[in-house]
Design a protein around this ligand. Structure first.
Ligand code: HEM
Length: 477
């Protein structure tokens, strides 16, 4: 029997995800002239931190309100919510004098030093992510005004802008769900946030096909964490947050799809190529379940993870499809996939594509019109989670490794067409017709550009209180 899992001591974005329509990532440096001041302010801040128990209750309340409104045939009222979490980089731990080795090389190196490993280009990185970032505060809310109020309150706690400030702002990134029927969809138009592992001892009711993983794949110090026995005690029940600031070139992506429309039995199917690149149709239905046309029947959570791939075939779903690369169900044993499952918590950023960009089929150079995904994910080992998935699966043209029986002219699956970096830039099996002349689809363009990111550690609530913040003096108690 493993340790009981107590969601009241785990930050809310990790296990439940902070409920959100808007989310701000506030990247900061700790004021090195006032570390004790920061630690005192942090002690005041910690009670604001949303736990996984609270985030879970909040999600349940929203679900209940939605169901009730649906029963009455009414529009669901907007429920006022806000959630707050905090995470630190290795540089942040250094400033705080937390010296014990947390046991993760990627975290200790920082993302900037792994640019080559990830396939990023330094020139594309926002200068802010080339500075020392000590931590990030996540603020999520149902609307901008609630979010702004919460963030203002936090800035007051840390006395931002005053001589006694505990933190200095390095960069603020504002995420927002997309409007109307695009709500829940990322900027290329695909339903996102569907497939997640269920966590043993936390998710009591997994969906059909949803694989349950040990909680230690996400939380340090628990069963399933490869370094379980060597973590410092303050690191237990925490998780590594990999953050990526990913720009998406939406008009260019759409142009590529338009220029390469697939034809089935003489009929063009405009949405098919995009679906085969992602592994799901825009609705969220998996191409493995419905290979030639989108079908909303397969979107429901009770079916949308209930499938596996045939490891000898990419007729239904290309080996290189984004979802197959990042979760190669059936291609390699479950036991090899489980340690590399991650909990994804991203949110889109930036405005909708403008009419001018649509007409030009090109993204504007105006930075204010940049759009993309603020990608965030949690795991207990970055060399099995995000860093591994990006480097060894998405960027690796030879993954998954099985033979491609019966498929002519295919030497290798190719890289992930959404996030893969590497050569050759092509994917196999883009066309479901195995007799198609060209099964290798080259794509010189890159539609997802990394603008930076960092690895953080999200401590448990007791660790925040006892190791990161200042303890109250007897006089203050
Ligand atoms: C702008 C960049 C990205 C876009 C547009 C994107 C889009 C999507 C979409 C549409 C899905 C399918 C819906 C779902 O299951 O949630 C998905 C799934 C997934 N993505 Fe991404 N993604 C991006 C970046 C990344 C990155 C950087 C990683 C990790 C290295 C990643 C890992 C995953 C995983 C693990 C899944 C679930 C696969 C499954 O279990 O079926 N994604 N993504």
């Amino acid at each position: 029997m493993g340790l009981t899992l107590d969601p009241k001591i785990i930050q809310g974005d990790i296990l439940s995800g902070l409920a959100k329509k808007k989310e701000t990532f506030y990247f900061f440096q700790i004021n090195s002239n006032n570390v004790p001041g920061f630690q005192k302010q942090l002690a005041t801040f910690v009670p604001l931190v949303t736990t996984s128990a609270k985030a879970d209750d909040c999600r349940k309340d929203i679900r209940k309100a939605k169901e009730e409104a649906a029963r009455k045939g009414e529009k669901c009222p907007l429920i006022e919510i806000s959630g707050v979490n905090i995470s630190f980089s290795q540089k942040g731990l250094n400033v705080l004098g937390i010296k014990e080795d947390i046991g993760d090389e990627d975290f200790k190196n920082g993302m900037l030093s792994e640019i080559d490993v990830l396939g990023d280009v330094l020139q594309d990185w926002d200068p802010a992510f080339q500075k020392d970032i000590h931590g990030v505060i996540l603020v999520a809310a149902n609307c901008k005004s609630v979010l702004d109020q919460t963030l203002d309150h936090i800035k007051k706690i840390f006395q931002v802008g005053d001589a006694q400030a505990g933190i200095i702002e390095i960069k603020t990134l504002e995420g927002s769900t997309r409007p109307d029927e695009e709500d829940g969809h990322e900027h290329f138009g695909f339903n996102d946030g569907l497939s997640q592992p269920s966590i043993k001892d936390f998710d009591t009711d997994p969906q059909p096909g949803q694989k349950t993983i040990d909680s230690g794949v996400i939380l340090l110090g628990r069963d399933g964490d490869a370094k379980k026995d060597t973590r410092p005690s303050w690191a237990c029940e925490g998780s590594f947050l990999a953050f990526r600031y990913l720009r998406q070139l939406v008009p260019e992506f759409n142009k590529f799809l338009e220029d390469n429309i697939l034809v089935i039995d003489g009929t063009p199917v405009p949405e098919l190529l995009g679906a085969r690149m992602v592994g799901r149709w825009k609705s969220g239905a998996s191409v493995q379940q419905t290979p030639t046309q989108d079908d909303p029947e397969f979107v429901d959570p009770s079916v949308n993870q209930a499938f596996t791939h045939d490891k000898n075939s990419q007729v239904m779903c290309p080996f290189a499809a984004h979802t197959r690369k990042t979760n190669p169900r059936g291609d390699i044993p479950d036991s090899a996939i489980a340690p590399s499952r991650i909990l994804r918590r991203g949110i889109p950023f930036g405005p909708e594509v403008t009419d001018e960009e649509k007409a030009a089929k090109k993204s504007s150079d105006d930075e204010k019109l940049e759009r993309g995904l603020l990608f965030a994910c949690y795991q207990s080992n970055l060399d099995k989670g995000f860093r591994f998935v990006q480097q060894s699966w998405a960027n690796n043209a030879n993954f998954p490794p099985q033979k491609q029986n019966g498929i002519p002219k295919v030497d290798q699956p190719g890289i992930d067409p959404l996030i893969g970096v590497g050569t050759p830039r092509q994917m196999a099996g883009s066309n479901p017709d195995i007799n198609a002349a060209s099964t290798n689809l080259p794509f010189d363009a890159k539609w997802v550009i990394s603008r930076g990111g960092e690895y953080f550690f999200s401590p448990s609530i007791p660790a925040l209180k006892d190791t990161f913040a200042a303890k109250a003096t007897p006089a203050e108690l």
